[in-house]
Design a protein around this ligand. Structure first.
Ligand SMILES: [Zn+2]
Length: 308
């Protein structure tokens, strides 16, 4: 019943939007730029870089917002409806927005799912048989994401193909450098210290790509609660492997990680909180971590400096 009401609500919201923007067809906003809505900070950053001066990007979620739990407001829905292009991650990262994307897809609008351009063999299947959505922490996968955005923009705006290609090529070079930087920092850690313990399972791609064993206190979605069993088993693991640091995440409350730290302490071993990692959003605007590249660097520096 709740579901039906929601659909009815959405139909109303969307049909209002349709009437409002029938005259504006697939053109641009006032500054002559393509109006693009991206769900997460990572995607908004990517689209701004590839789109350059030709796009105006609005993001639904700011820094520190958890996409697994994010519910789109009526304002968000109308923003998406009025956009030229909507771009989202997919693989259920935006766990509460599936129906909205389906509705947008049925309209005459360019809706791009980043995950649609990622090779199946690069995706990680998690314990519950679903795809792990945290694809941005494999920098090589993010290069494919850049390609998805480039192709989408060219498809929409063929006239500026050269610009989108140039922006893409330049960014790919930066991503290649980033990939090497991350690997070189991880390589500073002796094998026995390459264990990353965080608030939730956002770093499986990172671990698989750069050679770290990863354990999250919560599953791949923050929608699942960490049980006392998880805390206890992980505390035993930390003591057994003499792990020096565990990490909190900017988009997940830190109480679970603190409970883990206490459980370790109760076993007569001390583990420090090694710092805050950006998992499902980039860092705050105005900091070094406000871009994707800045965020990935900040994370690897925090991890390596604390575990060394
Ligand atoms: Zn996550």
């Amino acid at each position: 019943m709740k579901n039906k009401l929601f659909i009815l609500f959405m139909v109303l919201v969307l049909s209002l939007g349709v009437t409002a923007c029938n005259n504006s067809k697939k053109v641009s906003n006032v500054e002559g730029k393509h109006n693009i809505v991206a769900t997460t900070t990572m995607i908004a950053d990517l689209v701004s870089i590839i789109g350059g001066d030709n796009v105006s990007v609005q993001r639904l979620m700011g820094p520190g917002i958890d996409p697994h739990l994010y519910k789109a407001s009526a304002g968000d829905v109308s923003l998406m409806h009025n956009a030229d292009i909507v771009i989202y991650n997919g693989l259920h990262l935006e766990g509460k927005m599936g129906e909205i994307f389906e509705n947008l897809n049925s309209e005459d609008k360019l809706v791009i799912e980043i995950a649609s351009g990622i090779k199946e063999e690069d995706l990680i299947i998690s314990e519950n048989e679903t795809h792990d959505p945290h694809i941005w922490f494999n920098v090589l996968i993010w290069k494919d994401a850049a390609k998805v955005v480039r192709d989408g923009l060219i498809n929409f705006d063929k006239e500026n193909e050269v610009t989108y290609n140039e922006n893409y090529e330049a960014y790919i070079k930066e991503l290649d450098e980033l990939h090497e930087y991350v690997q070189s920092r991880i390589d500073e850690l002796p094998e026995s210290k390459r264990i990353l313990i965080t608030a939730h399972d956002a770093f499986e791609y990172f671990g698989k790509t750069y050679g770290l064993q990863v354990k999250g206190l919560q599953g791949i979605s923050t929608a699942s609660e960490a049980g006392t069993g998880d805390v206890s088993a992980l505390a035993d693991f930390i003591v057994e492997h003499k792990i020096s640091a565990i990490f909190i995440e900017s988009s997940v409350p830190k109480k679970n990680v603190e409970a883990l730290q206490e459980a370790v302490s109760a076993r007569g071993f001390e583990v420090e909180i090694g710092g805050e990692l950006y998992s499902d959003s980039l860092g705050s605007t105005g900091t070094d971590a406000e871009t994707y590249i800045g965020t990935v660097k900040s994370n690897v520096n925090t991890i390596v400096d604390a575990l060394k």
